[in-house]
Each structure stands twice: as C-alpha cells, then as structure tokens.
Write a protein that binds this ligand. Structure first.
Ligand code: CO
Length: 463
C-alpha cells in the first residue's frame, strides 16, 4: 500500500517553529533537491507565509511562489487556504476569493487545502468551486477538535458534506496535535467508509502523539500524511519525515521517498536550525513535548505566538494562567476548533481576560463579529450572557456573511492605480492594506536605489 508524504518544512514547520520567518534566500538552495525526494507534495505557501512575507521579510509572496515553481518542476506545490478568509483573518467578498484562488493556481499552486475554522462549509464553497474551475486538486479540510459536542458521526457527516462539494480528497486537520492513535484509527475508519475520495491526516508533534497517531491512521487506511524533515520536525512542528519513512518501509508500505535525498535535505536544514536557535528565533519551548496541550488544545503556531505576545507585554510569567483561560473562552464561544483565525481570536481574548484580571472586560472586534454570526455557525451553543453583553437585543445572523459583502477587487485596483503592478499586488493590498502599501513603497525605493547606483556606475565608467 502507498502512503503519500507531504513535506511541510517550508510552510507549517516554518510557521510552527520560527513564526514563519524563513526568508526565501535561506531555502532557495535546496528547492531542486526537495523536488527529487519523491514527496507527494510540498506544502510551501499559504497559511501565515503570505502575511509574513509582506510584514516581516519584505518579500513579495507571489514572487516567492513563482520562484519556488521555477525550481520545483515535478513535485506538486500545495497551499493552505482559509476559505472565505483567504490568508487573512476576516471574511472577504466572493470576487476576491475567486480572484485570489485563480491567481494562486496560475502562479503555481497545484493542491489547495481549504478549511474553515468552524467547519461551516458555506465558508469554503466558493474557494473550492474556483480551485476546481482552475483545474487544481482540491483537498477539503475537517478542522479537528475534541469537545463534549464533537463525535465520530458528526465528523463522518462532514466528510460527506465535503464530498458533495466535489473535493478531490479530504484532510483531517489536527492543528494542535491532540489526536490520539485510537481517535485517528476510528476517525479514518469512519471516513473511509462514508466517503470515496482519499483521506489525509495532518497532525503536529506537540504532545508527542504524532508518530503513533499516524501509524494507526495508516492502519485504518489513511492515504497520506504530513511530515517535516527531521531538523525541522518535532515539538510544535510535524513528526520527522525520515523516521516515518523508515518505519513505514519496514512495515512494507510504499512511500516513494529516497533516503539519500532526504539526508541531503536534512544536511541543508541543520545549520539553518542552529542559526535560528542562536538568533533566538527558535525558542526551546516549541521544540519539546508539551503534554499540557492535551488539556489546552493549543496548536503549535498559536503557542509560539502566545509566547511572543506575552514576552512583548513583559508578562511571560502569566503563560500558565493564559493557557488555563483558553478552554474557558473556547467553551463560552461554543467550542470552536482552535485554528486560524479562531486560535488567534481565542488567544488574544484569553490574554486580555488574564491581564485585565476580569473576564470579557475588553472584547476584541473579531470576537464581537463572531458573536454576531459573521464567521459562520458556531459548532456548539455560545454563552448567552456573553451574546447579551455584546449584542443586546440584536440577533446574530444565520445567513452566509460573505453574501452581505460587496465586490471590492475593481475598486481596490482603481484606488491603487499605478502603485499596483499587477492583479497580484491588488490582492496583497486587499488582504493586508497598510502592510502591502509599505511593501510597495519599500520595493519602489530599493529599485530606485539600484537604478541610481547603476547610473552613477555608468557615469564613472565614462569618466
Ligand atoms: Co498544522
């Protein structure tokens, strides 16, 4: 039996271990080798990479994608897309979602893994439809969580719902690494008997369950897994590619991976890891096994963000309190899975509750929108007092929020004028207006510098 491997070093491992701060120049040199390893796909775009490129790395995310595509010619490129949220933290109108997906496909994405934080699939419909129209492979996601209201029947029903949207495969997304081997076995069995398309599993090593969970999932018929090259594996990242490949081959599974190439890849990333550790970018906390996550259900990326958020507020000593507050906030909100943007929203609210010394003294704009129903239907019932406090007598909406949004692409394009060089720039601007503007300005300035340098050089030569 074949087990497909998706390598996450460029996206999820990067996001979970070093808050997505790996610049293109750091991994450019290994792309052609990554292409030779025999991976089913290379997860390299989407998630937080888009935001991080513009915000911290002064990189054009679209150009990054094109440059990756130019060197990775055989392996499928995969991205993680937040449905109607695209790569941001709010809902965008349908015209933007369609345009974004179309441009992502045209710039090199082969596989779109699409999820909604609340598993409200009305929020992924348009993205799924557009990606299919573009001829891409669409992997519909079930965001996995445990709670008094989540069970096997509900997950199997979600699988069916996804299949009705004509997805090509389904991924169970265990972003917090809280899925145990028995959960995995039962869940994969349930899905394999309710749907016809391949079923993939995504987990993290956070709690140390990852490899055994994968093993049982594969025994239940799981078609593919996500892993990270060993120097960027473990902790809040994925289990190691090489170890899983070794174990699975030993058990007679076909992985399609080449051990020698994997070794070359790891030899490349080892010194990079050391560099990130010495610069303080990679924190010891994200590298260990954190079994408290079984209680708190805090995903990898969220843990590292919480740590930096608390450090910035000189309150890192309150981390335990914040971690204990998270399940309370989650319960009040009807047990949303802790995945972007819910993980950030719940995290920020938990920090606010702890630092204010009072629950919901300050409520973020996003949580208010959530209570209004703008993110979709919550999995469970929301605390009524909280709704009253925020909405008063107003009733939450029950329709798809994006239906209330006017198209914005053409308007944004006009607004930007010549500052946008192409439609991709317009999409970056719609996703992150101020950050994209700053990026465009810096790009302009650095190019002007290069031009004036060349002119001076030429004049010198004449003299
Ligand atoms: Co993940």
């Amino acid at each position: 039996m074949k087990v497909n491997f998706t390598e996450t070093v460029l996206r999820d491992a990067n996001q979970s271990l070093i808050a997505t701060r790996m610049p293109f120049s750091d991994f450019e040199g290994i792309l052609e080798t990554l292409d030779k390893a025999g991976y089913y796909s290379l997860e390299c775009w989407g998630g937080a990479t888009f935001d991080s490129c513009l915000r911290y790395l002064n990189e054009d995310p679209w150009e990054r994608l094109r440059k990756i595509k130019a060197k990775v010619k055989n392996t499928k490129l995969q991205m993680l897309l937040r449905g109607q949220n695209i790569l941001g933290y709010k809902h965008y109108p349908d015209d933007v979602v369609r345009s974004f997906v179309a441009h992502a496909a045209q710039n090199g994405i082969d596989i779109f893994r699409i999820f909604d934080a609340l598993n409200d699939f009305r929020n992924i419909e348009v993205a799924v439809d557009e990606a299919l129209k573009q001829g891409a492979h669409v992997q519909g996601c079930i965001s996995y969580t445990t709670s008094p209201i989540h069970n096997l029947e509900k997950y199997a029903a979600m699988g069916k719902q996804l299949e009705d949207l004509h997805v090509n495969s389904i991924c169970i997304k265990d972003m917090a690494g809280i899925m145990g081997p028995k959960d995995a076995y039962d869940l994969i069995k349930a899905l394999k008997s309710s749907v016809k398309v391949p079923v993939y599993l995504h987990t993290h090593s956070t709690t140390g369950l990852g490899p055994i969970t994968y093993m049982k999932a594969i025994e239940a018929g799981c078609d593919g897994i996500d892993s990270a090259i060993s120097s960027f594996s473990g902790g809040t990242s994925q289990p190691a590619t090489e170890s899983l490949n070794y174990a699975l081959q030993q058990m007679g599974y076909i992985t399609g991976l080449n051990d020698k190439v994997l070794k070359d890849i790891n030899d490349f990333f080892k010194p990079l890891k050391n560099k990130y550790i010495s610069s303080g970018l990679m924190d010891a906390f994200v590298m260990g096994t954190e079994t408290d996550a079984l209680i708190y259900q805090v995903p990898g990326g969220m843990l590292s963000n919480l740590i930096s958020q608390l450090k910035a507020q000189n309150s890192i000593d309150r981390l335990d309190e914040v971690l204990a507050e998270i399940p309370e906030v989650r319960k009040d909100l009807g047990y949303p899975p802790l995945v972007t943007p819910m993980s950030q929203m719940v995290g920020v609210q938990a920090v606010a509750n702890v630092l204010a010394g009072e629950r919901y003294k300050n409520i973020s704009k996003e949580i208010k929108s959530y209570l209004k129903g703008e993110y979709g239907t919550s999995p469970g019932k929301i605390n009524e007092d909280l709704i009253k406090k925020v909405l008063g007598d107003e009733k939450p909406i029950t329709t798809r929020f994006a239906d209330t949004l006017e198209p914005v692409f053409e308007k944004a394009k006009q607004e930007l004028g010549s500052r946008a060089r192409n439609d991709e720039d317009v999409l970056s601007y719609i996703a992150f207006p101020q950050i994209a503007e700053k990026f465009f300005k810096q790009r302009e300035e650095s190019e002007t510098q290069i031009v004036s340098y060349t002119i001076t050089k030429k004049q010198e030569e004449k003299i």
